[in-house]
Design a protein around this ligand. Structure first.
Ligand SMILES: Cc1cc2nc3c(=O)[nH]c(=O)nc-3n(C[C@H](O)[C@H](O)[C@H](O)COP(=O)(O)OP(=O)(O)OC[C@H]3O[C@@H](n4cnc5c(N)ncnc54)[C@H](O)[C@@H]3O)c2cc1C
Length: 375
């Protein structure tokens, strides 16, 4: 293994680092936001723009978790393919969440400008069984007036969603952090939260006294809030990146094998490839966020299957939290503690949407739930 750095930090200019300072002892705020990934930063920005006095904290810093280490796919819909979502969540919630992510995608694209690109995305079948599943997905999308097209091209056979997009995850987080700072939010790190009580957030760097707390932590959520352990589990997800590969041309992100494997190619030619989590499934739960030989060897084999020849430059891992029904946690878990997270590997759009819903619920004193995300 030749590297463990996150490629996004270097591959394209992620923008200036926002002003994050140490939390120097105890302080007060109207609202404390825990987690400076995209979800927490979207919440903090919303709170700041609505005039609240806000402290945002992170154990490490901006984009330290999955929000700065992911595949960069902006895919509409939830963490279940639409026909499965309808079967599991019910028609109204499945369609509502799907439409909410369409709205969030448009908002994200207009907010990020050149930091995101509308490319479309491909779900490609790896077996006849998966091809039949894609046919079911296409029928379910069509019957709800949602866009998806049958695809047959060099990547294989599957489904094209023409409106999907990609982004630079680290740049997005820095952009959101800057907007939050511009709205008056105080950004503090490193400050690891060790206690969450009504009105007080205890950290390794001091206590924040705040009327309400928004927790926006994805991977490791059940460690911070042990009462969620029965419904939330954290897995390690792994990726690699290559130098520019002149022999390959992937104009849009591709996910394959039921979404387990995913790859995108930057306009400058580098490949960013992730997945293979199911190849050593048991070993990936609760594993430290460092690459493993077994999964990385599987990703290497996937590069060969694609016909890539460029050398691997980066290998990394990060945590994401999953739930049994693939619906995120989005509710008040303790009095005054509003929690969003556990996007089941699909949080780039749902996360910011849930973060803003939590911010509004914190300020308005309304109930936080998925109905507020869909609305
Ligand atoms: C390898 C990988 C690829 C993925 N690919 C995609 C994709 O292509 N598209 C997609 O939609 N989703 C993808 N996901 C999922 C997506 O990245 C996440 O769901 C999303 O980024 C979560 O963002 P967040 O801001 O909610 O949480 P996070 O990014 O996890 O941020 C939480 C922050 O909280 C901080 N924190 C944690 N514990 C504490 C504590 N006790 N005290 C203080 N701070 C704390 C962390 O340091 C972190 O910065 C992927 C995930 C991984 C790991």
């Amino acid at each position: 293994m030749n590297a463990t750095e996150v490629a996004w930090d270097e591959l394209s200019v992620p923008g200036p680092a926002p002003a994050v300072t140490e939390l120097a002892g105890d302080t007060t705020a109207d609202v404390c936001v825990v987690g400076m990934g995209a979800s927490g930063l979207a919440a903090a920005r919303r709170l700041g723009e609505r005039g609240a006095d806000v402290v945002a904290l992170d154990a490490v810093g901006v984009a330290a978790g999955a929000a700065g280490r992911n595949g960069g796919f902006l895919l509409v819909g939830g963490a279940r393919f639409h026909h499965e979502a309808v079967a599991t969540w019910g028609h109204e919630l499945a369609v509502g969440l799907y439409r909410a992510t369409i709205d969030e995608l448009e908002r994200t694209l207009s907010d990020l400008g050149p930091l995101a690109r509308r490319t479309g995305s491909l779900r490609i079948a790896a077996s006849p069984d998966e091809e039949r599943d894609i046919a079911r997905q296409l029928r379910a999308l069509a019957s709800d007036g949602l866009v998806g097209e049958a695809y047959d091209g060099p990547e294989g056979r599957g489904l094209l969603v023409p409106d999907d997009a990609v982004l630079q995850p680290v740049a997005r987080c820095r952009h959101l952090a800057q907007l939050a700072a511009d709205a008056g939010v105080r950004l503090h790190a490193p400050a690891r939260v060790t206690g969450l009580g009504e009105g007080a957030v205890t950290t390794t760097a001091g206590v924040v006294r705040a009327g309400r707390t928004v927790v926006a932590v994805d991977g490791g959520l059940e460690r911070l809030l042990p009462e969620l352990a029965a419904e939330v589990g954290t897995a390690r997800l792994q990726m690699l990146a290559t130098s520019p590969d002149p022999g390959l041309h992937l104009p849009r992100p591709v996910y394959r094998r039921w979404g387990y494997d995913y790859v995108q190619q930057l306009p400058t030619g580098e490949l960013l490839l992730g997945g293979c989590r199911d190849r050593s499934a048991a070993a990936e739960w609760d594993a430290p966020a460092v690459p493993s030989d077994e999964v990385q060897a599987c990703l290497d084999a996937e590069l060969v299957r694609l016909g890539a020849t460029a050398p691997v430059t980066h290998r990394w891992a990060a945590h994401a939290a999953f739930t049994g029904d693939a619906l995120p946690v989005c509710r008040e878990v303790r009095p005054g503690v509003l929690v969003v997270g556990a996007y089941s590997g699909h949080g780039n759009l749902l996360g910011t949407r849930c973060g803003r819903a939590a911010a509004d619920a914190a300020l308005d004193g309304t109930r936080l739930g998925l109905e507020g995300v869909v609305a």
